[in-house]
Design a protein around this ligand. Structure first.
Ligand SMILES: Cc1ncc(COP(=O)(O)O)c(C=O)c1O
Length: 394
């Protein structure tokens, strides 16, 4: 694949188009002149099929309340079956404006106010917010870092659950930011521990489609032939897969009737939003016509990752790069180059990059940065060059 050509044809200037990633740098980082590699969205235009479908909808010119047609369900279910071997039916699905909003909803719907909810840092920081902002008790079980490969210590996980009388586990699968694609064996252990201790599993599977090489995503829905379906609330979306996050549309998948009743009852108390017709239109088109685009994007992500890895290995081997099993977010350990508590400032003030930094994902995460690889290769090249030059100048 000609990656330069692909970037030229598909990557666009986003600055000045009202984007969180490019246009909020002053507010978030206090410096508008950084190269942004933070927020998990892409500089790559969505598939042509999506843009065509949205254009058609816009030209129709009426933006009244929407209805999710059977054709949408069919496209969604086919994607899930074809790519992940997961069967979903209409009665298992609810729509939401975003996965983060659904984290909050599920925490509120399924746990009492003083309940303990466990997460495994370093992990996507809104998990903390969904627990703390709803007044629940935050319980953490840090992943173990084995030379850049992160694993869960199941004994420690179970002990922490027992000691804190945990009610809910928020699982990130694949795991942002440590790039892990959990194996079925790992998931089975976790789901089994949760089942034995009456812990409901809230599985954020938004990165399900981004896996590489020999790593294959296994949805919690199909672990051990679907054995744990009755203890699961699954959140997924097409927003990462097809770069549609601003269209505010996602799925809540619940197989258990009682759990669904509880969810529906909770949503009634907060007033349900109608679906976003643009989100629905875009995602159906993406599921139907976006597969080739998606494969190209995944190839570009691998290309950017390989480039970064090679350059760092040659020029600054002290940087540890977590193997990219899944997601499009690379996780780098810079503690071999400087004290961990200096990394965030180094990246912003010396390299002029806006990255998510380790301390956002974990209380003890200093020294790590997360780089979003789903961008024009020239942005990755600039970032890598700046990091190498500034480390050499230390
Ligand atoms: C694990 C995870 N969950 C949820 C989200 C955001 O989901 P949404 O935009 O649907 O709220 C992200 C975005 O980066 C993510 O990485």
């Amino acid at each position: 694949m000609d990656f330069e050509k692909f970037c030229k044809e598909n990557c666009v200037e986003r600055r000045g188009t009202g984007t969180l990633k490019w246009d909020s740098l002053q507010e978030i980082f206090g410096d508008a002149d950084l190269l942004p590699l933070w927020v998990a969205d892409m500089e790559i235009q969505s598939p042509k099929a999506v843009r065509d479908a949205l254009t058609k909808r816009i030209e129709h010119g009426v933006f009244g309340y929407g209805k999710v047609e059977d054709s949408y369900y069919e496209a969604f279910f086919n994607w899930m079956r074809k790519h992940h071997g997961v069967d979903v039916e209409k009665e298992n699905v609810r729509f939401a404006t975003g996965v983060v909003g659904s984290l909050y909803a599920a925490v509120r719907a399924y746990t009492k106010e003083d309940a303990s909810v466990i997460i495994c840092p370093p992990v996507y920081y809104p998990f903390y917010d969904a627990i703390l902002n709803t007044g629940r008790k935050l319980v953490t079980c840090d992943l173990d870092n084995h030379d850049g490969h992160f694993e869960l210590d199941f004994e420690k996980f179970e002990k922490t659950i027992e000691e804190n009388q945990v009610s809910m586990f928020i699982l990130c699968s694949p795991h942002n930011p440590v790039c892990r694609v959990w194996t079925e064996e790992e998931l089975e252990k976790v789901l089994d521990i949760c089942r034995r201790h009456g812990v409901l599993v809230l599985a954020d599977e938004i990165h399900q489609d981004f896996t590489y090489g020999d790593h294959h995503f296994v949805s919690t829905a199909i672990v051990k032939g679907g054995e744990y379906k009755d203890n699961l609330v699954i959140l997924n979306a097409g927003s990462k897969t097809f770069n549609l996050a601003g269209l505010i549309h996602s799925h809540v998948v619940i197989y258990d009737k009682k759990l669904m009743e509880t969810y529906d009852a909770y949503i009634k108390t907060v007033g349900s939003a109608e679906v976003n017709i643009m989100g629905v239109t875009a995602l159906e088109a993406a599921y139907r016509g976006g597969e080739e685009w998606f494969e190209n994007v995944k190839a570009l992500i691998c290309h950017n990752y390989d480039y970064m890895k090679q350059e760092f290995a040659r020029e600054v081997p002290e940087i540890k790069i977590t193997p990219l099993e899944g997601t499009y977010l690379s996780w780098l350990d810079l503690r071999g180059c400087m004290p961990g508590d200096q990394v965030a400032e180094f990246i912003q003030k010396k390299c002029h990059l806006a990255c998510d930094v380790g301390e956002w994902f974990s209380f003890t995460g200093h020294g790590f940065i997360r780089i979003n690889l789903a961008t024009d290769t020239k942005n990755i090249k600039t970032a890598v060059e700046r990091i190498i030059a500034n480390i050499k100048a230390l």
